[in-house]
Design a protein around this ligand. Structure first.
Ligand code: HEC
Length: 195
């Protein structure tokens, strides 16, 4: 008995598996067309007419704005330094202490007694004893002598915090102090003044 052949049945067959030549669903065809239309618009917009920014350009633009903001913040900080007073706020000081232990103690010692870097607890200062001198030295560094330029890596608020913290180390007389590297530049500080 011969079966009537399904007009949708395609001629090929593999291991008894046959295929019907159905129309594609309408929703699928429309999605496909839409994708093609979108890709044409996309190529025109981004690559032919160059109207949109590529990811790399968007990154550069964002970095440019961020660098300007950073430069402005540093410029403001450099002006403000002249009149800043060391913070006595515990939160600021403990943030400063964390920074000191992480970044400064390898060269200045855990107690600021000095190692490769100078003693920060005595009355002998190479770059000035006032708080503004401390901030400036931390911010600018002394690259020729191995003191890093921290404004490249730290926010002004972090420099202010660590500067305030090391200010509290003055006059603490830790053991094994590094020998003075300059004439006395500040009047002796009463060790008790920060207690
Ligand atoms: C890689 C080593 C190194 C690190 C890290 C370092 N310093 Fe220094 N620092 C030095 C040296 C060396 C000097 C002395 C520079 C000179 O002889 O002119 C110095 C000088 C200073 C001075 C000036 C001292 C003076 O007598 O005038 C201050 C303040 C200071 N450092 C603070 C810091 C702080 C705060 C940090 C951490 C954020 C830090 N330093 C991290 C090596 C370092």
């Amino acid at each position: 008995m011969s079966e009537e052949k399904d007009p949708l049945l395609m001629s090929h067959e593999a291991d008894g598996i046959k295929e019907l030549d159905n129309n594609l669903p309408r929703w699928w065809v429309w999605l496909f067309n839409l994708c093609i239309a979108f890709s044409i618009v996309y190529v025109l917009y981004y690559h032919v007419l160059n109207m949109g920014m590529s990811s790399a350009e968007a990154y550069d633009a964002a970095m440019k704005i961020a660098n300007e903001q950073k430069a402005a913040a540093i410029a403001k900080f450099e002006t403000d330094m002249a009149t800043m007073e060391p913070s006595t706020d515990q939160a600021v000081l403990s943030a400063g202490q964390k920074t000191f232990v992480t970044y400064c103690s390898p060269c200045h010692g855990m107690e600021g007694q000095g190692l490769v870097g100078s003693n920060l607890t005595d009355d002998y200062w190479i770059h000035g004893s006032e708080f503004k001198d401390t901030l400036k030295t931390i911010s600018e560094g002394v690259p020729a002598k191995g003191m890093l330029t921290w404004k490249d890596q730290m926010r002004p608020s972090e420099i202010y915090a660590v500067g305030s913290y090391i200010f509290t180390l003055r006059g603490t007389n830790p053991p094994n102090p590094k020998a003075p590297e300059n004439e006395i530049t500040t009047p002796a500080i009463d060790a008790g003044m920060f207690e």
